[in-house]
Design a protein around this ligand. Structure first.
Ligand SMILES: Cc1cc2nc3c(=O)[nH]c(=O)nc-3n(C[C@H](O)[C@H](O)[C@H](O)COP(=O)(O)OP(=O)(O)OC[C@H]3O[C@@H](n4cnc5c(N)ncnc54)[C@H](O)[C@@H]3O)c2cc1C
Length: 486
């Protein structure tokens, strides 16, 4: 069982910068990510060098990511890629499973930098081939240079919509429409807060201008309410929605489409922090639970820190600053506190606070609204793993299942391989809508190991010695990535 000073879970902007800061302070670090390549969502790197058709924006993006990831080639950092952490206990023992088998890592400190996942919506037709999340379309583009064929509609709410529509358009996709549920009048009302987020606002305006010039239809205050088609999406129904995203009867329009990309914002990934027994708080603008920390980014479990999107959606720049701060503070807690450490901490703290405040302004504009639950008809599947419909969830809520955990016992919602990651937030909204209680009252599913599907042999096996110094890979020249111990 390898033992390190600091284990960092997640190699996105937060985890990578945490690992670098901690190693530079003198800590022995294990950086673990279930992805084959490092970089997380934002700095996702291409499988092969991108062809000459990559836009300048994407090239810059890859370059910035590589510059960060190159710094991981540090003698004190050991990187485990393709390794899922499926269990974590309060004694800071992590269980990993990946292509190299099973491994247990023990650490004096842990930094959780597990990022976020996208919020899906359940509406008739959302399980048809051709419907995907906007982030999935973006991942295919960044990771493999692929864009969806045919007519593409991007729908939902939040800053990701315009960014993804623009990226797809720049890379040759035929984006016909963007459907944003947040009405324009909310932009006007919220305008004063957006002064704090001038750079994000400007970026959004640039995306809008580019989309308008390309003739993309922009629909504010509307939502995709039905994906049409039998074997594959052939069209989308959109409806006008009120400020709470409730569809207005009689406002339906049909748009032709071959692909529908949907995103209603992000939800922090908290499975590991829940498993470790850390305290969480409900974030009202996200409509989701985030791991709670003190001002030193330490959770309620001693020695377990959190940084980046798992603490609440803050954007990649905030994740970078916060990761750096977490790395410095975790190292300091182990007595690794050299010259210049205090000023580095102060600098990272100020940067983190400034950037977090900026994103709060943006998130306030795109708060998730209760009408999202009304998009699902009784026949709409919500838990795809277990085949539980919205009607079954409504019935269970009326019969007394007022929390996600009781719903699980009622009809197995959330018990499949995804462990409720996709259906949990939708089911919570349906319960809240049915009972009239606040979304927070629905709670969240209790996390149980394994948080990801692993073979039974991974649970049964005793820890096996791990090959040392094997399986070196070189990804796009950003440094050595080790799947074994160095
Ligand atoms: C689909 C999607 C698309 C996005 N697109 C944009 C965009 O275009 N522009 C923008 O500004 N922001 C975007 N964001 C937000 C952006 O991801 C963040 O601001 C930034 O990447 C957050 O960094 P992070 O390090 O906190 O998390 P992430 O970058 O998400 O990194 C988290 C890492 O943790 C790993 N991980 C999670 N759980 C485990 C586990 N159990 N075991 C091992 N590894 C684990 C994941 O594989 C991942 O690499 C997007 C987010 C998502 C989810």
């Amino acid at each position: 069982m390898p033992s390190v000073d600091i284990a960092v879970v997640g190699a996105g902007p937060a985890g990578a910068s945490a690992a670098i800061a901690a190693a530079q302070a003198g800590a022995r670090v294990a950086l673990i990510d279930e992805g084959i390549r490092l970089g997380g969502q934002f700095f996702r790197q291409p499988a092969r060098p991108f062809n000459s058709q990559a836009s300048d924006a994407l090239r810059n993006h890859f370059r910035r990511g590589r510059q960060l990831l190159e710094q991981l080639d540090h003698p004190k950092i050991e990187v485990f890629t393709g390794a899922t952490v499926w269990n974590l206990d309060p004694k800071r023992r992590l269980q990993l499973y990946g292509s190299h088998g099973r491994l247990e890592v023990r650490a004096h400190c842990i930094i959780l930098a597990t990022g976020a996942t996208e919020r899906s919506a359940a509406f008739p037709g959302w399980t048809l081939p051709g419907v995907m999340t906007a982030g999935a379309a973006q991942s295919l583009l960044k990771g493999h240079g692929l864009v969806p064929g045919g007519r593409v509609i991007v729908a939902g709410s939040g800053p990701l919509l315009l960014a993804v529509a623009r990226q797809l358009l720049d890379h040759g996709a035929h984006v016909t429409d963007v459907v944003e549920a947040t009405p324009l009048r909310r932009w006007v009302k919220h305008g004063v807060h957006m002064r704090r987020a001038a750079s994000q606002l400007w970026e959004g305006v640039e995306h809008l201008q580019r989309l308008k010039r390309a003739g993309v239809g922009l629909h504010h205050g509307m939502a995709a309410t039905r994906a049409l088609g039998s074997l594959q999406v052939s069209g989308v129904e959109i409806d006008r929605v009120d400020e709470r995203w409730r569809p207005e009867p009689g406002s339906t329009r049909q748009l032709a489409a071959d692909v529908l990309c949907v995103s209603y914002g992000l939800i922090p990934s908290t499975e590991l922090s829940r498993l470790a027994g850390c305290g969480h708080r409900f974030d009202t603008s996200l409509g989701a639970w985030v791991v709670g920390t003190d001002t030193n980014l330490e959770t309620s479990q001693h020695g377990i820190y959190a940084a980046g999107e798992t603490r609440g959606v803050g954007g990649a720049e905030a994740a970078l600053a916060e990761g750096r701060l977490a790395g410095l503070l975790a190292a300091a807690s182990l007595g690794l506190w050299g010259a210049g450490h205090a000023s580095a901490v102060a600098e990272a703290r100020a940067e983190q606070a400034r950037l977090r405040a900026q994103t709060e302004a943006v998130l306030g504009l795109f708060c998730v609204q209760p009408g999202l639950a009304d998009l699902a008809t009784d026949e709409t599947p919500v838990c795809r793993c277990e085949g539980v419909t919205a009607g079954a969830i409504r019935l269970a809520a009326r019969e007394g299942a007022r929390q996600l955990n009781s719903l699980k016992a009622w009809n197995r919602c959330g018990m499949g391989p995804c462990q409720g990651r996709t259906c949990g937030p939708i089911a919570a909204q349906i319960i809240a809508s049915e009972t009239g209680a606040h979304l927070e009252a629905a709670g969240c599913f209790t996390a149980r190991p394994p948080i990801r599907p692993v073979p039974l042999s991974a649970l049964a096996e005793t820890a096996t010695p791990h090959p040392t110094g094997t399986a070196m890979e070189d990804h796009a020249g950003y440094g050595r990535v080790v799947t074994g111990r160095r």
